[in-house]
Design a binder for this molecule. Structure first.
Ligand code: NAI
Ligand code: MHF
Length: 318
């Protein structure tokens, strides 16, 4: 079922959803299941599975020679989506990226999704590769998420890249895109970013999932601003509990977001990471309760594999 249908059917009740990252290749998928199992009692209508960028690896050939190869450390997004859908009878949402994929490869992935009964897609540009400062489009791939949304929308109309199938079956995907309450790092202003978000919605996006944030006021302001820009699709907040002291530096650096001073002070007081995890969970519970009270349709947690803290939050909120 589509995300938008799940929201309609919930009739105002706030839903719980989460996001996982594929394990490193060579891992046993049961480890992943062990982290999903404890969250299933909260009835997530859908689970997102991220796609990681490819990266360069250097193989020592001896005598000072290095061979450079390109590889994906965490492949398997679509396979994991199919496996989880099959095992838990839950909707799964693969993240499709512009970076690292040609338009043809994207088309084949969408065809696979259609055959698998996967009818929600999160359409993202993707981050820069590790060695790059800024995102560089892949040859034969899209430059911006809006172009990927257009490709997916075209398929909904039977328009493939190189042919239009008038009689063919329509793949009616529901499309999610990313939104930034604190603006995307490359956007010159929040207004610019909102205009780009509106373009994604006009191109066919059906809902928005936000970047993580730790101050609900920023989210509430963002949904008001989005309305002013004519964005009327559901906006789902993305939430991540702080888990280690290092996150105080890492999260603002990696995701270009601010942390509230009271949260920083509470984390700094902690004597160890067990205490930090507790502070992170409590903060997230407060955030979640306020968002739920405000009637936000879905709270989406970036669990990224570890589920114990998300379970504690879900127990307190749902
Ligand atoms: N739910 C999720 O998984 C989320 C993922 N992300 C990540 O954030 C990264 C960025 O992806 P998206 O937001 O999908 O990219 P996007 O293509 O929508 O936007 C990327 C940047 O380019 C700008 N931009 C867009 N169109 C433009 C144009 N025509 N000319 C000039 N600038 C333009 C935007 O303002 C923004 O700064 C991705 O790596 C994604 O994985 C971020 C938030 C949530
Ligand atoms: N720019 C960007 N890229 C993404 O892939 C992305 C977002 N933003 N925001 C929304 C979701 C959330 N994602 C993530 C990815 C990693 C962690 C994370 O917690 N990573 C490390 C710290 C960061 C690092 O080492 O690079 C951690 O210790 O937990 C959290 C959310 C992936 N998604």
């Amino acid at each position: 079922m589509k995300v938008t249908e799940h929201i309609e059917r919930a009739k105002g009740k706030t839903l719980f959803s989460f996001e996982i990252i594929p394990p490193q290749k060579g891992s046993n998928i049961n480890e992943l299941y062990k982290n999903i199992d404890p969250l299933m009692e909260f009835n997530p209508p859908f689970i997102d599975v991220t796609t990681s960028r490819e990266e360069f690896v250097y193989i020592d050939k001896g005598e000072g020679l290095l061979d450079r190869k390109i590889t994906r450390r965490r492949p398997g997004t679509l396979g994991i989506c199919a496996a989880i859908k099959h095992k838990y009878d839950v909707d799964t949402i693969p993240h499709l990226l512009c970076g690292g994929f040609t338009k043809e490869e994207t088309e084949y992935m969408l065809v696979d999704c259609h055959y698998l009964g996967i009818n929600n897609i999160m359409a993202l540009r993707g981050d820069a590769m590790k060695h790059q400062r800024y995102f560089e489009p892949t040859a034969g791939g899209h430059s911006y998420a809006v172009d990927l949304v257009r490709q997916i929308h075209n398929l909904r109309c039977g328009k493939y890249l190189h042919e239009t199938l008038e009689e063919g079956e329509r793949a009616s995907f529901c499309v999610g895109v990313a939104g930034y309450p604190e603006k995307h790092l490359e956007a010159p202003s929040i207004d610019f970013d909102l205009k780009k978000l509106k373009e994604k919605v006009d191109a066919g996006a059906d809902y928005v999932v936000t970047q993580m944030f730790f101050d609900n006021q920023k989210f509430f302001r963002f949904i008001e601003q989005a309305k002013d820009y004519g964005i009327h699709v559901p906006i789902i907040p993305g939430l991540k509990p702080i888990a280690v002291k290092r996150h105080l530096q890492l999260l603002p650096q990696v995701f270009k977001i601010d942390l509230p001073d009271t949260l920083i002070a509470a984390v700094e007081k902690c004597k160890n990471n067990k205490e930090v995890r507790q502070v992170g969970v409590e903060w997230s519970i407060q955030q979640s309760k306020e968002l739920k009270e405000a009637g936000i349709p879905v709270l989406h947690y970036y669990s990224m594999g570890k589920s114990d803290n998300i379970k504690t939050i879900a127990e307190a909120v749902f």
